[in-house]
Design a protein. Structure first.
Length: 269
């Protein structure tokens, strides 16, 4: 199995890609680079890659409806425009953002009111390029594409994420702890880049989180959320411990999940 994690930025210089190759009892970081273009991301997936994007894959339904209504001067589906904090919350956060807060105790950045929206615009273009290349795009995490959240994954796995995005020393400590907890994961010559670049580090964690998603170890959207998730996107947060990733692919549930995805794409498991 190959998992590809991408820390997507609005521009190429801040975009990083990590690729992990998974084998029997071992995992190896085969690629880690910063300054990645869309074409390189699309090419990295191939016929067997599982892709995790650290980028919102959509906007809140209520926000989209409000912008359309405001633009045309009509009444939005939410009813009268209040403008207050409580009214705005439904426009600011997606259904999956609410689920993330319930799980890790903090709100992710808002795709509709934060600069993150600029990255999401690039992400929308990337999704189109992936689809045009024949890669199945399902924003709800039902195929080989997942919206991942590296910081959230680290917290669930029990790591202290304080200032890791702005402090290379903190990233070095996290990488050391990662090596102690997952001796089967070989970073190889990429340790220096993962330490010096926060984008590269997040791409590495995104590729690990994609493994959890690929073998079905994440909380899927329920029937009441699935249609919304296919428009707004769904953040994949790992279920279980980091240490369980290496043996996860051999579990019956993981095999069933993998076989179902391959069958949906018209292949053979």
């Amino acid at each position: 199995m190959r998992t590809i994690g991408v820390d997507l930025a609005a521009g190429v210089p801040g975009t990083a890609l990590a690729e992990i190759h998974w084998g029997a009892g071992t995992a190896r970081l085969a690629r880690l680079e910063v300054g990645v273009e869309d074409a390189a991301i699309v090419a990295s997936v191939g016929d067997d890659g599982w892709l995790g994007l650290d980028c919102p894959l959509g906007w809140p339904d209520a926000f989209v409806d409000f912008v359309q209504a405001h633009h045309s001067g009509s009444e939005p589906a939410l009813g009268a425009v209040d403008g207050g904090a409580d009214w705005r919350r439904g426009l600011v956060y997606r259904r999956t953002d609410v689920a993330v807060r319930e799980r890790i105790g903090r709100w992710p950045l808002s795709v509709s009111t934060d600069r993150l929206g600029v990255t999401a615009l690039r992400g929308a273009g990337l999704l189109r390029r992936l689809a045009d290349a024949g890669f199945p795009v399902d924003r709800a995490g039902q195929g080989r594409l997942f919206e991942v959240y590296p910081g959230g994954a680290l917290r669930i796995w029990g790591f202290d994420t304080t200032r890791y995005r702005v402090d290379a020393t903190r990233r070095a400590m996290l990488l050391e702890t990662l090596g102690e907890r997952a001796p089967w994961f070989h970073v190889g010559p990429f340790a220096s880049l993962a330490t010096t670049s926060a984008d590269a580090f997040d791409a590495l964690i995104a590729a690990l989180a994609t493994r959890a998603a690929a073998v079905g170890l994440f909380l899927r959207p329920g029937p009441e959320d699935l249609d919304v998730a296919r428009r707004e996107g769904w953040v994949v947060l790992p279920e279980g411990e980091l240490e369980g990733l290496i043996g996860a692919g051999s579990s019956p549930g993981a095999r069933e999940h993998f076989a179902a995805v391959v069958e949906d794409e018209g292949g053979a498991p």
